[in-house]
Design a binder for this molecule. Sequence first.
Ligand code: 8GT
Ligand code: MG
Length: 134
Amino acid sequence: MSKVIHVAVGVILGQDGRILIARRPDHLHMGGRWEFPGGKVEAGESVQDALTRELREEIAIEVQAVQPLTEIRHEYPEKTVFLDTWWVTSFSGEPSGLEGQETRWVGREELDSYQFPDANQAIIEAIHKSEVAG
Ligand SMILES: Nc1nc2c([nH]c(=O)n2[C@@H]2O[C@H](COP(=O)(O)OP(=O)(O)OP(=O)(O)O)[C@@H](O)[C@H]2O)c(=O)[nH]1
Ligand SMILES: [Mg+2]
């Protein structure tokens, strides 16, 4: 049995209520699909530290405040992920894809028209139910 990969995921909320999505580079797992920025939690690191580090490395923002959104465990044929997913309700800096990834601000109701990894369906449902900045 393979081990579960712990991933810190940020659903970044803009001041206008839109959400930031990024397109995964083609060569990665789920390449070409849209995602919420984030990445693997390293050994000895807290999930919030991992989220802060990943969002700094991937999209050049400094996280200032988060709130828990949801926790999703999903088994892909090749790996099992645990998506520890947080609203990012305050940040500084202007998001830009430091790894060449396209980024886009989208309205909540638009999320359903983008192709995400299969595990994200449950995140999108949690966003629709969430009262944060409703
Ligand atoms: N960041 C992110 N990862 C997701 C999402 N949905 C989802 O299934 N994943 C999966 O979670 C796993 C880990 O995420 P990642 O590839 O961003 O990890 P990372 O930034 O540390 O990448 P690296 O190890 O290449 O440096 C991947 O297999 C990815 O496909 C999502 O919305 N955001
Ligand atoms: Mg990543």
